[in-house]
Design a protein around this ligand. Structure first.
Ligand code: ATP
Ligand code: MG
Length: 515
């Protein structure tokens, strides 16, 4: 059985002097990471942290995250990494919700922590990474701990991670993932990705999200070198890929889009890349085709949720040939991993839908979360008595068993009794030469209940004429699917992992009304 703490013990014993982590100018071997996490564990124990206690972490990606992750895991405690893009109020909500005892904050987030000072209900120890002499130093506190492995017995069913979901559809939820959730299917699924001890793994997504933190575990499990990026920008990422000879990476569609737009795209050295896994939000066909052309490596799509410990569906590299006989599959999310069950059902009755007909995606596997933290009602609503988890996503199967993701149930528009899938309308709008990005939302309509409305971003140097865009949509779509209005904005609101925040776009239209 594999647990987070067994991973570090194994590699520290088998490859003590191999580099485990690199971040900027800093690096740690497996032996150093093991020793540092022992010291942190001892320091945590001295301030009263034990089995089941929560430690909150608010900083950009860095080595300290891994020291704390392995330290808490060795104690059976749980690290809660908080989204650093949130406001003070939202951070406070998560730290209090998690009932964190210790709060480790990066110096650049001290002003935010100061705003919170009176509002934290359970935190008794605050530590600062990289602060000045006036602040309680994380590094000094860590180095005061003893390098002794606490050797606490951990079971596979114990909680390994508490990730907060992205908050795309409401307040973020504390998702509890066990060691079995994380490592149960990982050996087979990562085989597909070809990660092994000789790989060089890029960790560019935020570690507070399952996309970053979960992907990091793939490299950690195999004992390869991981390169952690603190400040993510497209040009910097291209440089890191060349400099560190990155072989594997998990990236999101917005990043793949911008990595093609910058001048470095033409000069970057992508020759070390073996595979890029992408996912977390829908990818447009043009972004994917451009990335395949530009980077020249293998690509695989991943679909999953925080509640499913990340990827449960993969579109493998062999389905990524834009000229191949299966090129229609480039619009699919892929096939369920071995050991993952997926079905498409009518959300209200749970009845299974025939091939080709969209419905809600339900899944059952070893990767289904333990539950939501302190939210039995939410857990019962998410996972039924037979163990099926409702994803809240709409999709359908094709004849070959590939699943296509349409939209979220909450984003579907019902207009005069007809279902409108925003993704279908967005795909058409994106085909217009003046449109760089598009979101379609439901807005109130006295006649139809709601009607589709488009919010679009123009390509650099281009102008979007709303009426002309509507006329364009009319050529390709049934009349009821054509947006009743178009507004042009500079950028669409997204989460740090590139998820479109449609509820923010909807809010001004639905002010004071029920949707
Ligand atoms: P919240 O549950 O808090 O509202 P969230 O659902 O965005 O937020 P996550 O768990 O981070 O939080 O994201 C899971 C969702 O991301 C999925 O339900 C799906 O809508 C979307 N997603 C993930 N992978 C893909 C993919 N390959 N293609 C399309 N959508 C994807
Ligand atoms: Mg969700």
């Amino acid at each position: 059985m594999t647990t987070i703490s067994s991973v570090i013990r194994t590699h520290a014993a088998e490859r003590p002097d191999a580099v485990a982590l690199v971040c900027g100018a800093q690096s740690l071997t497996w032996a150093e990471l093991h020793a540092r996490s022992n010291r942190v564990a001892d320091a945590l124990r001295r301030v009263g942290v034990g089995f089941g206690d929560r430690v909150a972490f608010l900083d950009k990606n860095g080595l300290e995250y891994f020291e704390l992750l392995f330290a808490t895991a060795k104690l059976g405690a749980v690290l809660v990494a908080v989204n650093f893009r949130l406001t003070a109020r939202e951070v406070g909500f998560i730290v209090n919700d998690a009932e964190a005892r210790v709060f480790v904050v990066g110096a650049e987030f001290l002003p935010l922590a100061a705003e919170l000072a009176g509002a934290l209900e359970t935190v008794h120890t605050l530590l600062v990474i990289g602060g000045d002499a006036a602040q309680p130093s994380y590094a000094a506190w860590r180095d005061g701990g003893a390098d002794v492995d606490p050797d606490v017995t951990i079971r596979g069913s114990d909680v390994a991670f508490q990730f907060y979901s992205s908050g795309t559809t409401g307040d973020p939820k504390g998702v509890l993932l066990s060691h079995d959730n994380v490592f149960g299917l990982l050996p087979t699924s990562s085989q597909k990705w070809g990660v092994d001890a000789g790989s060089v793994n890029l960790i560019a997504l935020p570690l507070f999200h399952v996309g970053g933190g979960g992907w990091a575990m793939v490299g950690m499990f195999h004992g390869c070198k991981s390169v952690v990026v603190r400040d993510v920008d497209p040009t910097g990422l291209i440089r890191v890929i060349g400099e560190h000879r990155i072989s594997h990476a998990f990236l999101v569609p917005v990043l793949l889009h911008f990595m093609q737009q910058v001048p470095a795209a033409a000069t970057g050295d992508f020759s070390s890349l073996e595979l890029i896994v992408y996912g977390a939000s829908p990818i447009s066909e043009s972004v994917l085709a451009g990335a395949v052309r530009r980077m020249g490596c293998k690509f695989a799509q991943a679909y999953g949720l925080t509640e499913t410990t990340g990827a449960i569906v993969t579109l493998p590299p062999e389905d990524h040939d834009p000229q191949g006989p299966h090129r229609h599959r480039l619009r699919a999310a892929g096939k369920p991993h071995d050991g993952v069950e997926l079905k498409i059902v009518a959300p209200d009755s749970g009845a299974e839908m025939p091939v080709g007909v969209p419905g809600e995606i339900w899944t059952r596997s070893q990767q289904n979360m333990v539950g939501y933290w302190r939210n039995a009602e939410g857990t019962a609503a998410a996972i039924n008595v037979d163990g099926w988890l409702r994803t809240g996503d709409i999709g359908y199967f094709d004849d070959d068993g590939y699943v296509y993701i349409h939209d979220r149930v909450k984003d579907m528009i019902i207009s005069g009794g007809e279902n409108i899938y925003p993704a279908e309308v967005e795909n058409i709008l994106m085909k217009h030469p003046a449109v760089a990005d598009a979101a379609v939302i439901g807005v109130p309509s006295d006649v139809w209940g709601e009607s589709p409305f488009a919010v679009v971003v123009a390509r650099p140097g281009a102008t979007v004429d709303p009426q002309e865009l509507q006329a364009f949509a009319r050529q390709h779509l049934a009349k009821f699917k054509v947006p009743v209005g178009v507004s042009v904005v500079a950028a669409l609101p997204r989460t740090p992992t590139g998820k479109l925040l449609k509820r923010e776009l909807r809010a001004p239209f639905w002010h004071g009304r029920e949707r």
